[in-house]
Design a protein. Structure first.
Length: 356
């Protein structure tokens, strides 16, 4: 039996679990629907998708489940990089391309945010989540007019208070253990590197808005700990990556399952934004280029050809293998098996605590 939280009751869920949105192909309609059908909240990551892909992805999820699910977008950023700097970083990355046998492709721009958000609004989804910033007041009002619940992402108290001020319904407290990109949008990377254990109670103390814990939570003990810290729900990413329904390449899945400890690190090398992934050659060799790497999303567009070729050639040393610090607890299973195991582990953890 899952413990009941107000978050579960409000959303009509059987468990306090949110499958994290994971842009880049992991959150297939099958994964999202399987989580929602199993009583959690599936999230469809649409950050890298264009409006048409968002519309068709949402339609596919609707065909697979009647249960609520969330759609997630990245708040847009518009940095600038001098041509010289781009040429410099391209020259630094040339040896990787030579090893992969490819020529530098035209950099790819991210999809247009306005078109993305209009596609989400047109689909009238029940829950919209976002990261990397704040939603404008106008968009908050438009989502609320549709009775759509809003979930923002914070990595420190300042960001959480700003999200509360714009009126989101829930705030994801993203601890520094988390896999993937840091959601930090106020201050430098160091201002958003508090661990989940320290971040969740700080946010619950500072906010009236309910908190959802994320970062390094992979089993029942972690879920119970997050609830004990005051979270109403738990957003897990890495734990779902190795599920059969996830859309990641086989070489990525094997890398996750092979981890025996925490060999993850934060890097800007792949995208220009700090993100946590399994340490590999590209991350290590790009360290000396840190000052030259342009900001997200410019670097993300520049490295796309390298990441794509590496995936096609099964060369994980050049792929972004995003994963959280508890990645060694990854298991190969279906979503239904994962949720059943987590439910059992939560019961065992609660029983153990009640006997103390
Ligand atoms: C592969 C991957 C991709 C991610 N993409 C997104 C995303 O598109 N949007 C988002 O809000 N968070 C994204 N995240 C972060 C998750 O929402 C969450 O904070 C993180 O997975 C929690 O840590 P854990 O992986 O240790 O469970 C991503 C995480 C991973 C591992």
């Amino acid at each position: 039996m899952w413990p009941k939280t107000a978050f579960m009751q409000r959303l009509g869920l059987n468990s306090p679990l949110i499958q994290a949105p994971m842009a880049g192909g992991a959150t297939t309609p099958e994964l999202v629907a399987a989580v929602s059908n199993a009583g959690g909240l599936g999230s469809f990551a649409a950050g890298y998708l264009n409006a048409q892909q968002i519309t068709s992805g949402i339609a596919e999820i609707h065909a697979l489940t009647d249960r609520p699910f969330a759609v997630n977008l990245f708040m847009p950023e518009y940095p600038f990089a001098l041509t010289e700097k781009i040429e410099q970083i391209q020259a630094i990355m040339e040896p990787f391309r030579q090893e992969l046998g490819i020529e530098a492709a035209c950099p790819v721009n991210p999809p247009d945010f306005t078109a993305q958000v209009e596609a989400v609004l047109a689909a009238q989804v029940p829950i919209f989540s976002f990261t990397f910033g704040l939603l404008s007041n106008e968009l908050v009002q438009r989502f609320k007019a549709q009775d759509c619940l809003l979930i923002g992402t914070a990595t420190n108290v300042r960001e959480a208070l700003a999200l509360q001020t714009i009126g989101v319904d829930y705030i994801v407290a993203q601890g520094s253990e988390a896999g993937g990109h840091r959601g930090t949008f106020s201050g430098d990377v160091d201002s958003g590197l508090t661990g989940t254990m320290a971040l969740v109670p700080q946010l619950t103390a500072a906010l009236n808005t309910p908190v959802l814990a994320a970062g390094g939570i992979m089993n029942g003990k972690g879920i119970v700990a997050a609830l004990a810290l005051g979270a109403e729900g738990v957003q897990m990413g890495t734990a779902f990556l190795s599920c059969e329904e996830s859309g990641i390449p086989e070489s990525y899945r094997q890398a996750l399952l092979a981890q025996e400890g925490d060999d993850t690190a934060l890097t800007r090398a792949f995208s220009g934004k700090w993100a946590r992934g399994i340490r590999n050659r590209f991350m290590v060799e790009m360290r000396t280029a840190e000052d030259v790497i342009p900001d997200y999303p410019i670097q993300n567009g520049l490295t796309r050809d390298i990441r794509q070729a590496a995936t096609q050639q099964s060369r994980p040393e050049f792929m972004s293998l995003w994963a959280g610090q508890a990645v060694a607890l990854s298991q190969a299973c279906t979503v239904a098996e994962l949720l059943a195991r987590l439910e059992q582990e939560v019961s065992q953890a609660l029983k153990r605590l009640s006997k103390m």
